[in-house]
Write a protein that binds this ligand. Structure first.
Ligand code: AMP
Ligand code: MG
Length: 531
């Protein structure tokens, strides 16, 4: 398939986890009390979050130390994510405290934080830019949780840094809402991504195409190292720093390779695999990143830096979600190639520490890994269990039909679960999505035959398909409606979407309106990099 078209509320109460622990275990009363006490003991207050700032211990050339710049108007909490708070053992009751908004609105620090802006460079739209770096984000510190996991707390929109270039160091409420909702939406879809802890807003004016209000977002990830973090030391010919960075990343995140032969090349091969799989998952769910510059590529294979991204409504292989991307470099169907292009930039940056042939061999694994993962996801979307040679064509032809009919990608795949292996497309709604019904009927006959040749039951297949074909995705118009309400200080729509997208696979009769194609006003919303 490579190279062809068609790739195609903060309630301050008991946490869900605490409650379900008790339900699941069902112990006698005395034991319940012990469990609750133990949980309370491990819950951290803001002041006692446990930091272990490994990045701050790297050479000074890797970052600039500085504190966030507070807003010029008081901070207030827009939304906070209990599930993310749990990841850093933070009691959800803490989220409602004014100190929480002060801390994550950039006007306070807590003991243990060692704030810094990370240095990196990168290829933007194919052109190398020698210095980028955190121009509006500050790594507050790395929290180490009770399970020994480390989570970067990264405050986006925290004011100017030495890497701000011409920018003001701020983020607007609009863009923080987009990142907050989408990172949790992708997480809900099971796609590797950075997480988001909270948004803190303020009446602080920020100037974009028009005056907007500022906000800060706390992003969490095990690491914010990017391909561009390697590139900066390569192009500066600072090979000792390059090696120190590679050793650091391997030590922290690929520790099984610490003592391996050719560890840098093997590390690269693992990054290739993670990236190939990540992009295959984006393709399968119909999501485009919009700005796949190498500085936006996570070394851990996470979705990173949400900007002018988009979920497709109507299927269009050439979908361009970033209105500044005039040549379609980052169009939906280009993402797999760009993934490889970006990995070749990383390979280049690793040349001083790894053997060229080994890096080249690593790059060569990308395409088959991508194909394998993509085919696996698409076969699952069609409800197929076995792997057959003809599946590639079946998938491709289905995408061609969607493209020709401007059919809604999410809705059609969801409705496909109603297909009967005995009687075909019995659901008239499904057939109506296709402009050329004869072509659809031909395809449906092949699909029916294909389903009949494997031993699966329709009702089992339906359940399987509904676990991979989401009912709800963060369509641009849904995010836009939440943004417009939030700009009037009404955050209920963020809350509603946030809750919905945490479980995008379950039918919610009260939320049918959120599973519909965009109204006319929401079809071609302009989303660009300036946010
Ligand atoms: P992005 O397009 O968000 O990935 O950002 C690309 C580069 O521009 C990074 O170095 C960012 O830190 C920087 N940048 C983006 N927006 C701003 C801003 N408002 N102020 C300062 N730097 C920014
Ligand atoms: Mg970026």
């Amino acid at each position: 398939m490579w190279g062809r078209q068609g790739w195609g509320s903060i309630d301050g109460g008991e946490s869900d986890l605490g409650a379900s622990d008790r339900v699941r275990v069902n112990p006698p009363i005395a034991k319940i009390e012990t469990l609750v006490v133990q949980r309370d003991m491990i819950r951290r207050t803001l002041e006692t979050l446990s930091f272990d700032n490994t990045y701050a211990r790297l050479p000074q050339a890797f970052y600039a130390r500085l504190s966030p710049t507070p807003f010029s108007a008081p901070p207030y909490l827009v939304h906070a994510n209990q599930a993310a708070a749990e990841l850093i053992d933070l009691d959800p009751a803490q989220l409602a405290r004014p100190e929480f908004s002060a801390l994550f609105g950039g006007s306070a620090l807590t003991p243990g934080m060692e704030p810094l802006a990370m240095l990196y460079s990168g290829h933007q739209f194919g052109v190398y830019v020698p210095q980028l770096g955190d121009g509006r984000a500050i790594l507050l510190g790395e929290v180490k949780n009770q399970r020994g996991e480390r989570w970067d707390l990264h405050l986006k929109g925290a004011g100017m840094t030495p890497f701000s270039r011409d920018g003001d160091g701020r983020a607007v409420l609009r863009s923080t809402i987009r990142e907050y909702l989408c990172s949790e939406a992708l997480h809900g879809l099971g796609i590797p991504t950075t997480r988001a802890l909270c948004i803190v807003g303020s009446d602080h004016a920020v100037y974009r195409e028009e005056v907007e209000t500022g906000a800060m977002l706390v992003r969490m990830a095990p690491s914010h190292v990017r391909f561009g973090t390697f590139e900066v030391f390569y192009y500066r010919k600072q090979h000792e720093h390059l090696r120190a960075l590679a050793d650091y990343v391997i030590d922290q995140h690929f520790s099984h390779l610490r003592n391996a032969d050719e560890k840098y090349a093997r590390f690269f091969i693992e990054v290739v695999e993670r990236t190939a799989k990540l992009i295959a998952r984006w393709q399968a769910v119909g999501w485009a990143h919009g700005v796949m510059n190498t500085d936006n590529m996570s070394i851990l294979g996470l979705t990173l830096d949400y900007g002018p991204y988009g979920f497709m409504d109507d299927y269009d292989a050439g979908f361009i979600c970033n209105h500044s991307d005039h040549n379609g470099r980052y169009a939906f169907n280009q993402q797999p190639y760009i993934g490889l292009w970006n990995l070749s930039c990383l390979a280049q940056a690793l040349l001083p520490v790894a053997v060229k042939e080994a890096l080249k061999a690593g790059l060569e694994t990308y395409q088959p890994l991508f194909e394998q993962e993509y085919q696996k996801c698409m076969r699952a979307k069609l409800g197929l269990i076995d792997t057959r040679a003809e599946d590639d064509e079946l998938i491709r032809d289905f995408l061609g039909l969607l493209q020709g009919s401007h059919a809604d990608y999410t809705i059609v795949f969801r409705e496909l679960s109603t297909f009967s292996s005995e009687q075909g497309a019995t659901n008239p709604k499904l057939r109506e999505h296709f402009l050329n019904r004869n072509h659809f009927d031909d395809w449906a006959a092949r699909y029916r035959h294909r389903l009949q040749t494997e031993s699966s039951r329709d009702d089992d297949r339906r359940v399987r398909m509904n676990r991979i074909n989401p009912k709800y995705v963060l369509r641009n118009y849904l995010a836009q409606a939440a943004i417009e309400k939030a700009q009037q200080k009404d955050f209920c729509e963020i809350d509603r979407l946030f809750a919905l997208l945490q479980d995008p696979y379950s039918d919610r009769p009260d939320m049918e309106a959120y599973a519909t194609p965009p109204p006319n006003w929401g079809k071609h919303l302009s989303v660009s990099c300036s946010s």
